[in-house]
Structures are given as C-alpha cells and as structure tokens.
Ligand binder design. Structure first.
Ligand SMILES: [Zn+2]
Length: 198
C-alpha cells in the first residue's frame, strides 16, 4: 500500500529559501495557480524553518484536481469546419499546431474580449460576416476558467453578440485577422510569448 500521511507527521524536503529542512504535514488552504483558486483543507508539507508550503503529497491530488475541474467551465460550440482550419493556421503561424495551443488561443481571445468593448463589437461584426457562415458541422469544446468565460460572455452580449457560438466564431476570425493587422500587434506579441511558454 502507498504511504499515506497524517497531519502532524514529519518528513524532509527542499525549501527554496532554507535548503534541506524538516517538514511537518498540515491541512492548509492551498493557492492553485492555474486556475487561480484557493483550495481549503489540503494536506501539505510545510517548512519547519520558514513555514512555507514546500511539498504536496500524492494523496492531496484528487482534492486539487476536483477544485481545478470545478473552476473551469466547458464552452461548447458547433462551428463550420473551415473555421477549424482557420484556427489551425493561426496556431501554425505561432509555430504550434497542437490542439492544446489552439485552445490556448481561444482562451486568450475570450480573455481579451472580456477586457475590451471595442474587441467585443469587432467580434460581433466578424461573427455576422461571410467567413463565419457555413454548415455548423464541427463540434468544438474548450475548457475555460469560469470567471474568464463569464466576463467574456457578459461583454460580448452587451456588444450585441447573439450567442456563445457567434462569440467563438468571431474570436477565431479575429485571431486570424490579428496575424497581419496593426490593431493585432499587442495580442500577437502576447501569443508569441505564450507559444514559447505553455
Ligand atoms: Zn523554509
């Protein structure tokens, strides 16, 4: 059987600040970074010198995974097949043609849209343009952090976007347009960095 730790147990680990130290196991609130959410009552190993969390035992993984899942919402849309191609071309432009990075692009545009009424209005226009039309034969599903999705959809709706599907379609076309437009420069630079780091 795997070793299970209990609150109060002691072990050793490396603390970034203090070096090799004695640790003690405690239930604490654990700050997840991606998505950013505080998870209460997670068993962690704490540095006995400086009191910071230095390790998370295996037995705490299910609880953290559950919190991760709960903080994300699935965004589902049916879009024309050619928009999948558009998204793939955008991803390739950044040197990445994997589905993970295609999702990163979508999440990034939803985030950007939530921050900008101007981009939201532009996405509304793109979603009713020629390129957005076609049989909705491709199922797209992407996990988005709940606050990001809520803000994106609120902003999009205020700008007159009719549905989440239109929001996704417009976001994909905006990403393609940004590849060689002056307005897209900042977003392009951000995506170059993200392509190198995620
Ligand atoms: Zn320490």
């Amino acid at each position: 059987m795997k070793k299970f730790w209990r609150a109060g147990d002691r072990s050793r680990a490396i603390c970034e600040d203090c070096g090799v130290v004695e640790t003690r196991f405690e239930y604490r609130t654990y700050p997840l970074e991606k998505p950013r959410v505080d998870v209460p009552d997670v068993l962690v190993a704490v540095c006995s010198v400086c009191d910071r969390i230095v390790a998370v035992p295996y037995q705490s993984s299910p609880r953290l995974n559950e919190a991760r899942k709960a903080a994300e919402a699935p965004l589902e849309a049916r879009i024309p097949k050619h928009l999948e191609d558009v998204l793939a071309v955008v991803a390739s432009h950044y040197g990445r043609n994997d589905s993970e990075f295609r999702n990163v692009i979508l999440r990034y545009y939803l985030h950007a849209l939530g921050e900008s009424d101007a981009l939201a209005r532009h996405i509304r226009e793109l979603a009713s343009g020629e390129l957005a039309r076609g049989a909705a034969d491709e199922r797209l599903s992407v996990k988005v952090q709940k606050p990001v999705l809520t803000r994106a959809w609120d902003t999009a709706r205020n700008a007159g976007v009719r549905s989440k599907t239109d929001m996704v379609k417009g976001a994909i076309i905006a990403a393609a347009e940004d590849l060689d437009s002056a307005e897209g420069k900042e977003r392009r630079e951000t995506l170059v960095e993200m392509a190198a780091s995620v």
